[in-house]
Every structure is written in structure tokens, then in C-alpha cells.
Design a protein. Structure first.
Length: 256
């Protein structure tokens, strides 16, 4: 009888509900992913500067790989011209230097927000803008530089905010607008500036945003975390950590 009563009382002890294991990445995982993606973009920048120094020290000559509108020999430039830059006669190319920070910021942002479609978005902007430049660009000119892709990513993020209309995309669009809104002056014709590359890049980014408007943000199931933006995953991870800290096991209570 005593044993039965003891068990009955113990069975009424306080129960603690532990949160189920979630697919949401922890903050440590997010930090690792962040620095991993920064590393990927940094490798791209190292490659761009390595190509510049190869030309500066006359170890290689890639001038023939520029995008030359209307010329058959300029077709390879659709693929290779973004990785070449001017001012090869100086140790520090101001052309490449002016593109380095925007690429670091925008490409890292792209890897975070659209990780499953980064390659498609990048290649779409590069190939479409490069092809338009080759077809409609001013004859007798040669275009080099990654600024067309910079303008493409700018157009992509600005347009994604309008197409997706979710809080995260609008926030990113506003951030990009503040940082690079003044870049619209790059659409104005100017001697020595590939304004056509800027214009076609921006247009390609808008089209890429339209094509991906329903790919990255479908209606998300509770555990379908892979389809969330980086910032939404971060917000969920913080909420999960807060919930876990508030659910520490309470001491068992027994009745004597």
C-alpha cells in the first residue's frame, strides 16, 4: 500500500517538456557558414588580383579575352572579360580596387540569401549581360571588368525586394539602395567607362530576380528551414535559443 502510494505521488512530479531537435541551424553553424562564404568570395578576389599582377609583371597577356562587340574574336569575352580589369600598367589597379568591395559585399550577401541558386543567378547575369553587350555594344570598343556583374547583383537585390515583398527582401533591397543607389550615374555615357555593361548587367539582374521570385521563398513548412533567407534562419535560431534557455529542467518534487 505504501509502495503504491509512493509511486502514485512520484508519478505526479513536475514534468519538464524538452524542445524537440530542430532543423534550425545554431548560431555557431551560422557563423561558420558566414565565414565559409566570405572565404569563397575572398578566393575570387585573390584570383582577380592574381590575374592583374600576372599582366602587370608581363607574365601573361589576356587582352584578347575582352568583350569586343560585334567581333567573333570577342565572343570569349562573354565568359572571361569580367575577370579582367584595366590599369594593368600600375601595381594597384583602381579599376579592380573600386570593384573589390562591392563584390565582397554583394556576392557574400547572395551566397547567404539565395544559397541554392547562387550559381544560376551569377551565370545568368554574366551570360545575358555579356551577350547583350556583344550584340548591342559600341563597335570598335573592348570591355573588361566585373562591374557589369556588380550592377547585375544590385539590380537583382533591388528587384527581389519588389517581387518577393517579404520583410527580409525589402530590408536587403533598402540596404543595397543606401549603399549603391548612387551607382545609377554609371548608366550615363562616359569616355573610358563601360556604361553599356553596367546597364545590361542591371537589366539582367532584374530579369534574374523575376525568374527567382518564387523559387527561394515558397510557403514554408515549419521545418522547411532550408528555404528560408539567412536572416530569417538567424531570427529563428535566436528564438530557439531563447526558448531553450527558458526551459531548464526543474527539480523533481516529492511528497513525504
Amino acid at each position: 500500500m505504501f509502495l503504491s502510494s509512493r509511486l502514485s505521488v512520484e508519478n505526479r512530479q513536475t514534468t519538464v517538456a524538452f524542445p524537440q531537435k530542430s532543423l534550425i541551424r545554431t548560431m555557431a553553424d551560422e557563423k561558420f557558414l558566414f565565414w565559409k562564404r566570405v572565404g569563397i568570395v575572398s578566393l575570387l578576389l585573390v584570383m582577380l588580383w592574381a590575374i592583374h599582377f600576372l599582366q602587370y609583371f608581363h607574365l601573361a597577356n589576356f587582352d584578347q579575352l575582352g568583350n569586343m562587340p560585334g567581333k567573333v574574336e570577342g565572343l570569349p569575352g562573354i565568359l572571361f572579360s569580367p575577370f579582367l580589369h584595366g590599369n594593368t600598367n600600375t601595381a594597384v589597379s583602381m579599376h579592380l580596387l573600386s570593384n573589390s568591395l562591392p563584390i565582397l559585399l554583394l556576392f557574400t550577401l547572395l551566397l547567404h540569401t539565395f544559397p541554392r541558386h547562387t550559381i544560376f543567378i551569377w551565370l545568368f547575369i554574366q551570360l545575358v549581360s555579356g551577350s547583350l553587350l556583344w550584340v548591342f555594344g559600341t563597335r570598335g570598343t573592348m570591355h573588361v571588368g566585373i562591374s557589369g556583374i556588380v550592377y547585375g547583383l544590385t539590380g537583382f537585390f533591388l528587384s527581389s525586394g519588389l517581387f518577393l515583398k517579404d520583410r527580409t527582401s525589402l530590408l536587403i533591397a533598402a540596404l543595397v539602395a543606401v549603399l549603391y543607389g548612387s551607382s545609377v550615374i554609371g548608366f550615363l555615357p562616359k569616355e573610358g567607362v563601360s556604361w553599356q555593361s553596367h546597364l545590361f548587367g542591371f537589366m539582367s539582374g532584374i530579369v534574374a530576380a523575376y525568374f527567382t521570385r518564387q523559387i527561394n521563398l515558397p510557403k514554408v513548412e515549419p521545418n522547411d528551414e532550408d528555404e528560408l533567407h539567412f536572416f530569417e534562419r538567424l531570427e529563428r535560431a535566436r528564438a530557439q535559443q531563447k526558448a531553450e534557455s527558458g526551459n531548464e529542467p526543474a527539480p523533481s518534487t516529492h511528497s513525504n
